[in-house]
Design a binder for this molecule. Structure first.
Ligand SMILES: Cc1ncc(COP(=O)(O)O)c(C=O)c1O
Length: 390
């Protein structure tokens, strides 16, 4: 491995939310934070070098987005995911959550329905509710330890008159599924049949473990390419979440115009210089780093999987097909709050309780394994010691 992911980098005295909010979230500050989705690894050294160089330049006036900025992203998506994106289809935004909010405002009215597949990334609830739209849950099915989509229920929800939007999470946070072509084809057929616009959040699409393969929604059919928006960012892939540079791809001209008008009226498509520098270099030169990262994450996942299966078989888990998030079923240990209390106060690890992703997640915990293996091992041992006699 060319890159070092074993290095322990102290983040306590930085502005890191993951580390800073520990006391507030867990009531004590000696908890290993394994919650919010950023990693405890330095970004690719190529990115850090480029940022240093930019800082040393010393002038930070207004930046301009031109072809130079978009080409590395376009090339990356072609090489990694096999689809062609035209520069004029791209709108830049200040993070995927903000970009999704803009889509909700642009394509629906207060009181309209937005369908999501719970348990799911919890800000989806907030971006819909806070804008006066209604959440319709198409709960995922959980059978034989496997998550799948409930298409009968989905059709019912999509066919309602006031359903305007569907938010797809692919790869799915927190359950770790990468949706298969047949699943996406069915989904697309239903969205098209009921004239529902599909918002595809593909922020985790580079974090995929072979033989699984991420299938971009726009590759399913020409129809869905024209009736969907896809949301991307380098933030999960290269650990750049604090730099907030994301991309929305909108092939349909009319949808794009409506989206741009909404951005124009409420905010701006301007980015921060450092986000621009980092995103460009990451997509241009980050491939080897990402390949090493994926191998490292896979080792972490294997470790956790083997450890819990062998030592704490009451905790049920699957290896995620993508993302660095493990979805652990603690239900055999009983009440969620009781388990959380043991995790925090005995094991001293900060995971996220499943119910915040929707009531379907109750009793599960999401664990972020994007950290050096030594920290992961410490967390596993702590959990073992706290639960072994229960
Ligand atoms: C599915 C999903 N979408 C969006 C985000 C956040 O994106 P951003 O930080 O660009 O707003 C996350 C972060 O965890 C996520 O998991």
């Amino acid at each position: 491995m060319k890159y070092d992911f074993d290095e322990i980098v102290d983040r306590r005295n930085t502005e890191s939310a993951k580390w800073k909010a520990v006391k507030k979230l867990y009531g004590r500050d000696d908890v290993i934070p394994m919650w919010v989705a950023d990693m405890d690894f330095k970004s690719p050294p190529e990115v850090i070098e480029a940022l240093k160089k930019r800082v040393e330049h010393g002038i930070f006036g207004y930046p301009m987005l031109d072809d130079d900025y978009f080409d590395p992203f376009i090339n990356w998506i072609r090489d990694r995911h096999g689809i062609e994106i035209k520069k004029e289809w791209i709108v830049t935004t200040y993070g995927v959550v903000d970009a999704l909010k803009m889509a909700i405002l642009a394509y629906s009215k207060p009181g309209d329905n937005v369908v999501i597949q719970s348990p799911v990334y919890y800000p989806f609830y907030n971006i819909v509710n806070s804008n006066g739209r209604m959440i319709l849950k198409n709960s995922l099915k959980f059978e034989n330890a496997n998550y799948s989509m409930d298409f009968d229920d989905l059709e019912k929800k999509l066919s309602l008159k006031r359903t305007k939007l569907f938010i797809l999470c692919n790869p799915h946070n927190p359950v770790g599924r990468i949706w298969k072509r047949e699943e996406l084809e069915k989904l697309v057929r239903l969205c098209n049949k009921h004239n529902v616009l599909l918002l595809s959040d593909e922020i985790h699409s580079d974090l995929v473990f072979s033989p699984n393969k991420h299938i971009p929604i726009s590759s399913i059919s020409q129809d869905i390419k024209e009736s969907s928006l896809t949301f991307y960012a380098p933030s999960k892939t290269f650990n750049l979440a604090g730099l907030k540079a994301s991309f929305v791809v909108i092939p349909n001209e009319q949808l794009r115009t409506e989206y741009k008008n909404m951005i124009e009226s409420l905010t701006s498509d301007k980015l921060n210089i450092f986000g621009m520098v980092a995103a460009k270099v990451a997509y241009e030169r980050g491939k080897d780093w990402l390949d090493d990262l994926l191998n490292y994450l896979r080792d972490n996942i294997d470790h956790l999987y083997d450890f819990f299966n062998e030592k704490l078989p009451k905790i049920k888990l699957q290896k995620p097909e993508g993302t660095y998030l493990m979805w652990l079923d603690f239900r055999e240990y009983g009440d969620e709050q009781k388990v959380k209390d043991i995790l925090v106060n005995k094991a001293k690890v900060g995971l996220e309780e499943g119910s915040i992703f929707g009531e379907e997640g109750k009793g599960f915990f999401r664990m972020n394994i994007g950290c050096p293996m030594s920290i992961l091992k410490e967390a596993c041992n702590n959990i073992y010691n706290a639960f072994k006699d229960l």
